[in-house]
Unconditional design. Structure first.
Length: 166
């Protein structure tokens, strides 16, 4: 009869640390955010290396559902600085990796009047590039003015509290 070896202890799971690469702060100013989704993104090797250099921009980007797939448009990823002959187009459309039920939900919501998909963050999570897309409704001009007014009031109250504690 042979002795059984004790099983080795399981490795601790990787921490869920997120390293933010790019933020789309303008999206929070231009849209009312209704719901957010986390999606993977299909990238080429030079794109991942370019992102690791911090060369990504979400300004003026959007997502769209086409033929049962979600595509990310207008995200600028600068080519990797030490690339060889392989290169990628900086503003090409990129496929987002979502579950079917999430895609069906997005199709149902984007058919509604005025709702759109806007990327809000691009980040690393457990070594993988993820994008946070938001289901959003566009703000009117008076809503944007209200947002600026609220931000200014918050800034003044923080300054007053800080001054009072001195």
């Amino acid at each position: 009869m042979t002795k059984t070896q004790p099983r080795p202890a399981k490795r601790p799971a990787k921490s869920d640390t997120e390293q933010i690469i790019a933020d789309n702060r303008k999206a929070f100013f231009d849209y009312h955010i209704i719901e957010t989704f986390e999606a993977g993104i299909a990238l080429l090797g030079t794109e991942v290396k370019g992102i690791r250099e911090g060369q990504a921009n979400l300004r003026d980007s959007f997502a769209r559902v086409d033929n049962g797939e979600v595509w990310l448009h207008n995200v600028h990823i600068k080519p990797y600085s030490h690339r060889g002959y392989v290169d990628h187009e900086p503003r090409r459309k990129r496929r987002l990796l979502l579950h079917k039920y999430e895609i069906r939900k997005l199709i149902g919501k984007t058919v509604e009047k005025g709702l759109t998909l806007v990327p809000t963050r691009l980040y690393f999570k457990n070594g993988k590039v993820k994008v946070s897309i938001a289901l959003a409704k566009g703000k009117q001009a008076h809503d944007k003015r209200e947002t600026l007014r609220r931000r200014e009031v918050d800034r003044e109250t923080r300054a007053a509290v800080k001054e009072r504690h001195r």
